[in-house]
Design a protein around this ligand. Structure first.
Ligand code: SF4
Ligand code: SF4
Length: 96
């Protein structure tokens, strides 16, 4: 039986940090170059919908990150500074 991504995400649990492990390096690149040339692919390739365009910049819901590392390679301008969550935070356990 195959599961949809939304169903798989529902099986994950997180221990949320107050401190983000993700930062946008330069909001201007998202606003101009990436918006024109790439249509901001982070808003579609992230399986957890961490990145959303709010009309002026990329909003980052780091709490939802599933640590797949896709954004390390997926941002065409290497404009995402992604690190593993600090020790003890992030995905805590999963099943399914
Ligand atoms: S893919 Fe990278 S450069 Fe493009 S909007 Fe997202 S973070 Fe910004
Ligand atoms: S590591 Fe994966 S889940 Fe986390 S922000 Fe990047 S693409 Fe999204």
């Amino acid at each position: 039986m195959t599961q949809r991504i939304e169903e798989k995400l529902y099986t994950l649990r997180w221990r949320h940090d107050r401190q983000s492990h993700i930062a946008i390096v330069d909001d201007g690149v998202c606003l101009t170059r990436c918006g024109t040339e790439w249509q901001r692919p982070c808003t579609t390739f992230c399986p957890a919908s961490v990145y959303t365009w709010d009309g002026a910049k990329i909003a980052v819901s780091y709490e939802n990150c599933v640590e797949c590392t896709s954004c390390v390679l997926g941002c065409p301008y290497r404009n995402i500074d992604w690190k593993l969550p600090r020790g003890g935070f992030g995905i805590e356990w999963q099943h399914g």
